[in-house]
Design a protein around this ligand. Structure first.
Ligand code: 13P
Length: 249
């Protein structure tokens, strides 16, 4: 049985008070698609205001520190995200793996901290252009998954994996349907081997230049259980048609 689709927006470093109205519009329009889970992952500082503005709608963070608390200037703990009204977070986005030089081990520690605190998680993986062109994309993503997925996590929080090829983020380029299917199938097999039956219930999202014009095709690929959307999640007019496409498959 197909898993319920999850369409999550990653607002990255976008969002001011003046955008709360757009968040309200997105949350209200999402109610027309109860067959899809919809979420917005916002800058940490906007989370509390957004969560108050759209009660009941899933608001998430974009990163979390691995420690419960302590001397970590500028960082945000999982309990703080929850306290602000978030119920999920992204970890391991390639923009952080790259710019903040986050290692697989660090991403794994963050993922564990989030899940154990009760935050649902979107764990990102994705190959470089070099790996894709060198025929090593699946191998690269499997290694990343192995290194960044925590084992034996206690608690009820839900895990999703986002496959985001780095070369497809913000570029308008996307892998072929065959390439997406190959990667999602490989991720599904790895999850099943690692997690046994539970592996089948982990949603695997595709991310990288998802738009209304390509969403339908992407959502029809086997083992694509939703999308992580960057630029096209900032405006309801761009984002809601993607939610509608997920509802239509
Ligand atoms: P774009 O949808 O802007 O390509 O960004 C994808 C992404 O990085 C989502 O996390």
């Amino acid at each position: 049985m197909p898993l319920k689709k999850l369409v999550a927006g990653n607002w990255k470093m976008h969002g001011l008070s003046s955008d709360l109205e757009e968040i309200r519009v997105i949350a209200a329009a999402s109610r027309d698609y109860p067959e899809v889970d919809v979420a917005l992952c916002l800058p940490a500082i906007l989370i509390e205001r957004a969560a108050r503005a759209v009660p009941g709608f899933a608001i998430g963070g974009q990163d979390v520190h691995h420690a419960e608390k302590g001397a970590h200037t500028g960082c945000t703990a999982a309990a703080m995200l929850l306290d602000a009204g978030a119920n999920l977070t992204i970890v391991g986005h390639s923009e952080r793996r790259d710019a903040q030089r986050e290692s697989d081990a660090e991403v794994q520690a963050k993922a564990r901290a989030a899940l154990e605190c009760g935050l649902n998680l979107i764990l990102c993986v994705g190959e470089s252009l070099e790996a894709r062109e060198g025929g090593a994309a699946v191998q690269a993503v499997m290694a990343q998954l192995e290194g960044s997925l925590p084992q034996n996590v206690e608690g009820e929080a839900e895990l999703a994996i986002a496959y985001e090829p780095i070369w497809a983020i913000g570029t308008g380029k996307i892998p072929t349907s065959v390439e997406i299917r190959e990667m999602h199938t490989a991720i599904r097999h790895a999850l099943e081997e690692r997690h046994g039956v539970d592996g089948g219930s982990v949603r695997i999202l595709y991310g990288g230049s998802v738009k209304a014009s390509n969403a339908g095709e992407i959502f029809s690929i086997a083992d694509v259980d939703g999308a992580l959307v960057g630029g096209a999640s900032l405006k309801a007019a761009d984002f809601i048609p993607i939610v509608a496409a997920a509802a239509a498959v």
